[in-house]
Design a protein around this ligand. Structure first.
Ligand code: PLP
Length: 498
């Protein structure tokens, strides 16, 4: 065993990892990376097929991001945002607020049907105006949660704010974020520590009880036969709450695709309809864009024209469904995946709810030591600049097409039940037989075994239960992407049978 791997075994504890299994084999120890490739200490090369757990956008060791970090480092690494401003954080706050504006082309405006106390302060299309920095996705959600809680009480006069999120949702691992989540396997053990939230039915067309379509060799969303019964369920939950206790303070959602739930995409139109209901019933919209932002889910309608007109481009998946949230949580890809940093974006009315005389103590009493860190902000600014580059936008669209075509080759495997892609994210759900959709038991470890085999063939990703996640960095070449899916296809065949 490599001496560094031995040290890891002796002293380190890994996240979301059964350490007894971990300690049985020598771990892959990453030494460096470039573009979409990772190199281990033995000089073996791997394709980074899940963007280092959904964080990386432009590839590793990118000269522009490296240079931005180096330049910043030569000045200062960190000074506190408690009491002081700094250059990169000021610039980044501006850039994020600009980039979070909805695309101009939009026209649909939804107004709440009835006016609740203070509800004129919830605009149908709120304007993002402020950025609050923190360090990771979970803290970005905690901030949104606390702000929404206080705003509801102070401004909307809701005495006991209550939140609703999507079934199967994942919003991080701190206790507030866990309270919003609905993945029993992760969350149940801590339930005595959590506050109560509600959940709405989340669309999962492949396994939806309302979907009357037989399994076909096509994305279940395309093939579905239903009458949006799921949305009727959603409406019921919102209405019941409003009748009994007044409106929900916030609806928390992962737009377009639920990540940790198993890469479960929403059919086109679902999000705008669900958010329409939430608004009508008086709830603030909290978009958890930790995974979906920064172009990961493809391009907002109008982004291609925006690229031509060199207008600021939307960075939000929510905008693809013409949803304008009151809160936006950003993390993972914010710095291009280089250093930990997060931001919670919100509106002027929310900001105003915390203004007052010092002795009113309306201050937002929340902060982290590394809030507004300069290295993170410098990396994020460089990443945002790359995202705007027109040739990058074109390359991303091109890569999406390659991804789509190549993913289609997976339908020939009878162990592949569903292949679902949104932009540059895909989930491949493994089943015992595609004709029956019969799932593998978790104890079969089907996903884990396929990923282990892929790793031996030089492709790294991580499964969620029986779902193999593919999320290439934007710099991935067509050849690398082809290879990734070849290796996945052969690994499924060799591990689970044809
Ligand atoms: C990863 C993730 C989080 C949590 O982010 P961390 O930085 O891991 O705390 C929250 N929400 C979504 C949708 C995520 O994918």
């Amino acid at each position: 065993m490599h001496p560094l791997a031995q040290l890891d075994h002796d002293y380190a504890w890994h996240p979301f990892t059964q350490m007894r299994d971990w300690l049985r084999t020598e771990p892959i120890l990453i030494e460096r990376g470039r573009g979409a490739l990772l190199h281990d200490v033995y000089g073996r090369r791997y394709i980074d097929a899940n963007s280092s757990i959904w964080t990386n956008l432009h590839g590793h060791n990118h000269p522009r991001i490296n240079q931005a970090i180096r330049r910043q480092l030569a000045r200062i690494a960190h000074s506190s945002a408690l009491g002081f401003a700094n250059e990169p954080a000021s610039l980044l706050a501006e850039q994020l607020v600009l980039a979070a504006q909805p695309p101009q082309a939009e026209s649909t405006v939804r107004r709440p049907a009835s006016l609740e106390p203070g509800s004129r302060l919830i605009a149908a299309r709120p304007k993002i105006a402020k950025a609050f920095f923190s360090d990771n996705g979970s803290t970005a959600l905690e901030v949104a949660l606390k702000l929404a809680f206080e705003f509801s009480r102070r401004t909307l006069c809701i005495r006991e704010p209550r939140f609703v999120s999507m079934a199967g949702g994942y919003h991080g691992d701190t206790l507030g974020a866990v309270s919003l989540g609905h993945i029993d396997l992760f969350h149940k053990a801590y339930s005595p520590l959590l506050f109560k939230t509600d959940s709405i039915m989340a669309p999962y067309c492949y396994r939806c009880p309302f979907n009357r379509a037989k399994p076909e060799r096509i994305d279940a969303r395309e093939n579905r036969k239903c009458n949006w019964e799921c949305l009727a369920q959603v409406e019921k939950v919102f209405r019941a709450q409003k009748r009994r206790r007044g409106p929900y303070s916030g609806f928390i959602f992962e737009p377009l695709m639920q990540g940790a739930a198993g890469m479960i995409p929403q059919p086109v139109g679902w999000l705008s309809k669900a958010c329409g209901i939430a608004r009508e019933q008086g709830a603030l919209l909290v978009a958890d864009e930790v995974m979906t932002a920064f172009g990961r889910t493809g391009t907002a309608r109008g982004l291609q024209t925006a690229a031509r007109a060199s207008e600021p481009q939307s960075i939000l998946a929510s905008h693809q469904e013409e949803v304008s949230p009151d809160f936006v949580c950003l993390a993972k890809g914010l710095t291009g995946g280089y250093v930990p940093m997060a931001a919670t974006l919100t509106t002027e009315p929310v900001f105003n709810a915390f203004l007052g005389r010092y002795e009113d103590f309306k201050t937002f009493f929340h902060g982290h030591s590394f809030t507004g860190n300069q290295i993170g902000a410098a990396a994020a600014l460089a990443s945002l600049k790359l995202l705007k580059d027109r040739s990058q936008v074109r390359a991303r669209l091109q890569l999406e097409r390659v991804f789509e075509q190549k993913l289609n080759t997976l339908w020939k495997r009878s162990r592949v039940g569903d292949v679902r892609r949104v932009g540059l994210v895909a989930g491949v759900e493994l089943v015992k037989d595609w004709r029956t959709r019969e799932p593998f038991a978790l104890t079969d470890r089907a996903g884990i075994r396929v990923c282990e085999r892929m790793a031996r063939r030089g492709v790294l990703t991580r499964s969620i239960g029986n779902v193999i996640v593919l999320m290439p960095p934007y710099c991935t070449t067509a050849e690398q992407l082809n290879r990734t899916i070849e290796v996945l296809s052969r690994s499924i065949r060799d591990e689970l049978g044809d």
